[in-house]
Design a protein around this ligand. Structure first.
Ligand code: 5AD
Ligand code: SF4
Length: 436
C-alpha cells in the first residue's frame, strides 16, 4: 500500500503534509509512489488566493480517469480549501469521485476516516476549531537537514484581505516544553536548521513564555544548528526580539516581515495596525542593532481603492526598507473577508501592470544585494545535490542559495564557500577547506 501527497501553499502546509505522511505510515502505508500507482492520493490544499484554488481544482479533476481505472484508489482532500465554508459541498458536486474530505483541525483523524471509508461511501469530517493544541501527529520528515516545527496554529489578526483566520481558526500556542522537547530530539537526531512556524510567531504566548523568551530558550539548546522563524507581524515585532536575535549566533539574521503595502491609508484598510513610518522604524531598529541583517517581505498590489500614488509608496518602500527579496501578490478577493465586500476593486489589467513594475523593483534590489556577495566567504548548510547542475546546494544564514562542486557528499554539513558569481538569489562559488 503506497501513498501520494500533493501539497499546495505555504510552509505550514508543507509541514502538515509531513504529518499526513507520518499518519499514513502509522496506518500501514509503506511509502510514497507516483500518483498513478498510489493506493491513496491526498490533496493538501490552499485557498489564500484564487489561483491556488484553481490549481487544486485542475489537478483533482485530472484524476477522474485514473479513478475510473483504479476503483480501489482512495482520493482524500484536506487543508484550507476543504475547510473553507461551502467548499466541501462544491468539491463533492464537481468531483463526485472524491472519497474523503477532512479539514485543517482534524488532520490526525485521517487514519480513522480511511477506516470509515471501508464502510461508508463518502466520508466528510470538518471541525469548527481545533480542540487540542497538540495534533498528536508524528511528522515523517523528508527535508533533512532542515526541520519545521509549529509553535502556534491559527490567527487572530483578521487582516481584511485574508482568509486564514476563517480556515485555520483562532490562534493557539503550543506548550513551550513540548516545543523544546521536539527541538532537542531533532538536534539530537542531527537536524541542522530549525524553522519555527506560526501565522504570527510574535504573538506566541504560553503562560509566562512569550516569543522572545521561547526563542531565547530554543537558541540555548546545545549543538551546532541554525534557528529561523516565520512569519512575523510588524505590529508585534519588538525590541526584545531584536535583543534575543542579537544575543544568539544560532539565530539567522534574516527577518521575514510582511509589509503588505507602503501606504498608511491602505495598511489601515487592510487592518494591519501599523503605518508605513512605524514599519520603517522597526526595520531600521532591526538593521541598526544587528549589522549585516537582512529583511524580506510580502507585498500586495491592487488592494481595493489603491491609487497610483499609493502603489508608488509600495515601490518606494522596497528601496527604503532595503528588502533583500520579496514575495509579491496581486490582491485576490476571498469570499467571506471584509475586503471582498469593499467598493473600489481594482481592474486586473491595472494590478498586472503594477505587479510587473514591483517585481522589477524587487529584482533590482535582489540583484544588487547578491552582487555584494561576490568575493565574500559564506557558510552554507548543504541540503541537496542538483542533478541538472551537477552541484551541491544549500542556504547561507541570510537565505541566499549557494551552489558549489564537491568530491564528497556533504548533505547535512556546514561548509564554507567563496562566492564567485551571483544570479538572482543564487550564488555560485567554490568550497574553501576549513584548515587551508
Ligand atoms: N490576496 C493576495 N495576497 C494575499 N495574501 C494573503 N491573502 C491574500 C489575498 N487575498 C498574501 C499576504 C500574506 C501572504 C502569505 O499571502 O501577502 O503575507
Ligand atoms: Fe492572514 Fe493577517 Fe493572519 Fe497573516 S496575520 S495569516 S495576513 S490574517
Amino acid at each position: 500500500m503506497k501513498y501520494h501527497i500533493v501539497t499546495y501553499g505555504c510552509q505550514m502546509n508543507v509541514h502538515e503534509s509531513e504529518k499526513i505522511a507520518g499518519l499514513l505510515r502509522e496506518a500501514g502505508y509503506e511509502g510514497e509512489a507516483p500518483i498513478e500507482q498510489a493506493d491513496i492520493v491526498v490533496f493538501n490544499t490552499c485557498c489564500i488566493r484564487e489561483n491556488a484554488e484553481n490549481h487544486a481544482f485542475g489537478n483533482i479533476g485530472a484524476l477522474k480517469k485514473l479513478k475510473r481505472q483504479r476503483k480501489g484508489m482512495i482520493i482524500a482532500v484536506g487543508g484550507c480549501m476543504a475547510q473553507e465554508e461551502g467548499k466541501a459541498a462544491l468539491l463533492i458536486k464537481k468531483f463526485p469521485f472524491i472519497d474523503i474530505i477532512f479539514g485543517t483541525h482534524n488532520v490526525a483523524e485521517l487514519p480513522l476516516l480511511i477506516d470509515r471509508k471501508k464502510r461508508e461511501k463518502k466520508v466528510v469530517s470538518l471541525l469548527d476549531d481545533r480542540s487540542e493544541t497538540e495534533d498528536g501527529a508524528q511528522p515523517f520528515r523528508t527535508s533533512y537537514p532542515n526541520a519545521w516545527v509549529n509553535i502556534t496554529y491559527g490567527c487572530n489578526n483578521f487582516c481584511t484581505y485574508c482568509i486564514v483566520p476563517y480556515v485555520r481558526g483562532r490562534e493557539k500556542s503550543r506548550k513551550a516544553e513540548r516545543i523544546l522537547d521536539e527541538l532537542r530530539a531533532l538536534v539530537e537526531a542531527g537536524y541542522k536548521e530549525i524553522t519555527l512556524l506560526g501565522q504570527n510567531v510574535n504573538s506566541y504566548r504560553d503562560g509566562e513564555t512569550d516569543f522572545p523568551a521561547l526563542l531565547d530558550r530554543v537558541a540555548s539548546i546545545d549543538g551546532k544548528f541554525r534557528v529561523r522563524f516565520m512569519t512575523s507581524h510588524p505590529k508585534d515585532f519588538s525590541a526584545e526580539l531584536v535583543a534575543v536575535m542579537k544575543k544568539h549566533e544560532k539565530i539567522c539574521n534574516l527577518l521575514h516581515l510582511p509589509a503588505q503595502s507602503g501606504s498608511s491609508r491602505i495598511l489601515s484598510l487592510m487592518n494591519r495596525r501599523y503605518t508605513r513610518e512605524e514599519y520603517l522604524e522597526k526595520a531600521a531598529l532591526f538593521k541598526r542593532e544587528i549589522p549585516g541583517a537582512e529583511l524580506t517581505t510580502d507585498l500586495i498590489v491592487g488592494f481595493p481603492t489603491e491609487t497610483e500614488e499609493e502603489f508608488e509608496e509600495t515601490l518606494s518602500l522596497v528601496e527604503e526598507a532595503d528588502f533583500s527579496s520579496a514575495f509579491t501578490f496581486i490582491y485576490s478577493p476571498r469570499t467571506g473577508t471584509k475586503a471582498a465586500e469593499m467598493e473600489g476593486q481594482i481592474p486586473e489589467e491595472v494590478s498586472k501592470a503594477r505587479i510587473a513594475r514591483l517585481i522589477e523593483q524587487v529584482n533590482e534590489n535582489t540583484r544588487r544585494k547578491s552582487e555584494g556577495y561576490v568575493g565574500k566567504t559564506i557558510e552554507v548548510l548543504c541540503e541537496d545535490f542538483d542533478e541538472k547542475k551537477g552541484l551541491y546546494l544549500g542556504r547561507e544564514p541570510l537565505g541566499r542559495m549557494g551552489y558549489f562542486a564537491s568530491e564528497k557528499n556533504c548533505v547535512g554539513e556546514f561548509v564554507r564557500m567563496k562566492v564567485m558569481r551571483a544570479n538572482g538569489v543564487s550564488l555560485y562559488g567554490k568550497l574553501i577547506e576549513e584548515n587551508s
